[in-house]
Design a protein around this ligand. Structure first.
Ligand code: B12
Ligand code: SF4
Length: 514
């Protein structure tokens, strides 16, 4: 075997809806294959392999090159263990790492990550192929653009090459694990149709990743190239449900808008019976565009709302107004397109008044959101503007290796504790509904189910509003005070009622399919 590309094992249980292929390593694998090399993905995250099982698989394959993908900080420890075990087993393959973390933090990794030979920064296709060719032909690899490697007490970083401009030049991502996804995982195929993001949101890891990769510019595959992939997936795997994983499926510049319109026109002509989901910013939502997208199969939108409070949107550098967020919601509601908002309820500076305003925004816009979102604290990702801002203000806690954090003001901390206890039953219930939709024991979207979701969401919002009002009026109660017990009791009773309804729904849908 020439190359094995590995995704990190998960330390906890992976929910069904996360059991998907990893587009990054699948692109790398197909790019190497297209250029004449044998390449295989060992997707430990998807297949639920433990660290030791991952190491065994790699050792069995005994490849010339091992590529470890590290998308987030939590994956660092398992990947270090894998590299360490491989080395102590005596394997002499070249071990390289790539992905978001190695790209933005190559220095940190090289100074502490024993056992690896190199890091490939940025988008990996071209440099990985060059590295692979050099190893196979026993040439020097130390001059591959975008590679970093340890040298003596320090390290070398070869300047980046240009990222691939025309994404149509890349082969379609490898689909070896798609049958597993369709039978035992998310039951839909992920498609990556663009790269780059024009946003500058301070909390997001995309700007630092694309900056360190050589270009932030939005680049989209052509509509015909996407259609080819979808037809291939229908014909070979019988899949009709798709999820576009792009940061922004629509994009903001003229080129991107033109692609969206051409995409719609092409799919209108083909009349495929498909369903798909996309992600975008609220200011990408345009009535006419989304009306046409719905007609060709758009069923849901992952919408980057982030907040319903202007002061928070400004702090997050979202560069959008609350009115624009509302407008997007009105359009999607009007078109009856389901949406899943990305929402940040709290950052280091959120006040109880802002939290309360955020809840009112959710309530007044009838946002049926997963109750877990109410506990959504801003996560500090390494090398983001947020990390630097918190450090400047002396508010940053934790470290690169264990993950960063911060403390909020006392009343917000107390509120967070209360809500963590009180919302738990509603969160568990929502997770169960979601899992049952993915494994098909509940229908994906029926009016009754939408109603149930709305009820859960509004119960969670009411519960949270009561808690925040109590704190505003009386100060923070202890976690075992009568007030908290009353609130938890209410949530518990409500959950019981909803569980009965869910049981009924499951029976109805089983009878329908049975
Ligand atoms: C699809 C997706 C998933 C899929 C696939 C995951 C994966 N590893 O690809 C699933 C559903 C499994 C998933 C799960 C999770 N995800 Co996710 N996911 C995404 C999403 C939407 C798209 C990623 C993608 O396909 N990009 C396109 C490909 C082409 O780019 P790429 O993966 O970066 O790969 C390129 C380069 O990085 C490089 N590269 C990557 N790996 C390697 C390896 C080597 C050896 C080399 C040389 C190069 C290289 O080359 C690739 C090709 O050019 C992003 C958000 C986004 N829009 O980017 C979030 C995102 C990556 N996920 C994120 C998170 C937090 C998670 C979870 C922790 C969620 C959770 N709560 O459990 C898990 C962790 C999973 C894991 N350990 O892999 C965060 C990561 C944040 C961070 N950096 O800290 C992101 C950025 C979302 C966000 N904004 O918060 N995710
Ligand atoms: S949050 Fe969305 S719009 Fe903002 S930078 Fe990240 S991907 Fe871009």
């Amino acid at each position: 075997m020439d190359a094995v590309l590995v995704t990190p094992p998960s330390e906890g249980r992976v929910p069904l809806y996360f059991k998907k292929q990893s587009p990054g390593v699948c692109f790398l694998s197909s790019y190497l294959r297209e250029n004449g090399f044998e390449a295989l993905v060992v997707d430990s995250y998807l297949l639920g392999l433990k660290t030791s099982e991952t190491v065994e698989r790699i050792l069995d394959l005994n490849p010339l090159l091992i590529g470890l993908s590290i998308p987030d900080v939590a994956s660092l420890r398992p990947m270090m263990e894998i590299a360490g075990s491989l080395r102590s087993s005596g394997i002499d393959s070249h071990i390289t790492v790539g992905g978001y973390i190695p790209t933005v933090a190559s220095q940190e990794l090289l100074s502490s990550f024993q056992g690896i030979d190199s890091i490939i920064r940025g988008e990996g296709e071209v440099p990985l192929l060059e590295l692979m060719s050099a190893l196979k032909n026993k040439r020097t690899w130390e001059n591959v653009p975008g590679i970093s490697f340890p040298k003596g007490d320090s390290s070398v970083a070869v300047p980046l090459g240009k990222p691939v401009q025309d994404l149509d030049q890349l082969p379609l991502m490898a689909r070896d694990d798609l049958p597993y996804v369709l039978t035992s995982g998310a039951r839909e195929a992920d498609i990556s149709s663009s790269r780059g993001c024009y946003g500058q949101c301070s909390f997001c890891c995309m700007p630092p990743f694309y900056d360190a990769s050589g270009s932030r510019e939005w680049r989209g595959r052509s509509p015909q190239n996407i259609l080819n992939e979808i037809e291939f997936l229908i014909n070979h795997y019988g899949v009709y449900n798709f999820h576009f994983t792009d940061e922004n499926f629509i994009g903001d510049n003229q080129k991107a808008r033109t692609r969206a319109v051409e995409f719609i026109t092409l799919f209108e002509k083909r009349c495929l019976d498909i369903q798909f989901h996309v992600s975008c910013r609220a200011d990408d939502v345009d009535f006419e565009l989304f009306q046409r997208l719905k007609r060709i199969g758009l069923r849901g939108v992952f919408l980057g709302l982030e907040s319903g409070v202007q002061s928070m949107l400004d702090r997050l550098n979202k560069r959008i107004t609350v009115q624009k967020n509302i407008k997007a919601l009105e359009i999607l509601d009007h078109l009856e397109i389901e949406y899943f908002p990305s929402y940040i309820m709290m950052d280091a500076f959120t006040t109880t008044a802002e939290f309360s305003e955020n809840l009112k925004f959710l309530q007044s816009n009838n946002i049926a959101l997963h109750p877990g979102y109410i506990l959504q604290k801003l996560i500090v990702m390494p090398k983001t503007k947020t990390q630097y801002m918190l450090a400047d203000q002396g508010r940053l806690l934790g470290s690169f290796w264990e993950g960063y954090s911060y403390s909020m003001d006392e009343s917000m901390e107390r509120l967070y504790q209360i809500l963590s206890i009180g919302l738990r039953p509603l969160i568990d219930l929502s997770n169960t509904i979601h899992e049952k939709q993915v494994d098909n024991s509940l229908p994906r979207a029926t009016p009754l189910l939408m109603k149930a979701k709305e009820k859960v969401s509004s119960a969670a919002i009411n519960f949270s509003s009561e808690a925040v009002q109590y704190i505003l009026d009386n100060g923070s109660p202890g976690t075992d005070s009568p007030f908290i017990r009353k609130l938890s009791g209410k949530a518990g009773d409500f959950t019981e009622e909803m569980c009965k309804l869910m049981g009924l729904l499951i029976e109805v849908s089983l009878n329908r399919t049975g």
